[in-house]
Design a protein around this ligand. Structure first.
Ligand code: ZN
Length: 156
């Protein structure tokens, strides 16, 4: 393993950090800007147009890999970054030596957030699951040469 995964726990070798070292920012991270604007399109049509990676992450949760932790001397905390290798969302946080999270936020890829449809509640997540299933079955049916029922031409 070529050390792309640095998980430093316990006593910390002060690694040189290449992050822009900013001190832990005030408690509410960058994240909570999930626009609560008025819906402009239906959640169905939005879900239908999402990249498959977004549908999967919104259905199953992110796949946090790779992750890294770097000691930041100035901030006196670890800058911990989890990245989703499927949709490219990043979760960045500052953790103290004792494991306390002093600041955290997410960086989402373009198009991940739901500006046009407003907040995705329980119903919306249902729509996303339906979309997930639709795509899954479309893919397998196509591959399995559509051996469902109904659209094979009836022979007589
Ligand atoms: Zn993801």
């Amino acid at each position: 393993m070529a050390g792309s995964l640095q998980e430093t726990v316990g006593v910390l070798p002060p690694l040189h950090s290449s992050f822009p070292s900013r001190a832990p920012s005030p408690r509410k991270g960058a994240n909570t800007l999930m626009a609560e604007q008025s819906p402009r399109r239906s959640i169905e049509s939005w879900a239908h147009d999402l990249p498959v990676s977004f549908v999967e992450c919104r259905t199953m949760g992110h796949r946090w890999q790779p992750h890294s932790a770097t000691w930041d001397r100035e901030a006196r905390a670890y800058h911990v970054i989890h990245a989703c290798d499927r949709c490219r969302t990043q979760r960045k946080a500052w953790w103290t030596r004792n494991g306390e999270v002093t600041a955290a936020g997410y960086t989402y890829p373009e198009g991940y957030l739901t500006r046009d449809v407003g907040y995705v509640g329980a119903d919306g997540r249902g729509v996303l699951r339906t979309e997930y299933l639709t795509r899954m079955f479309n893919t397998t049916t196509r591959r399995a040469n559509a051996n469902g029922h109904g659209d094979a031409a009836p022979e007589s």
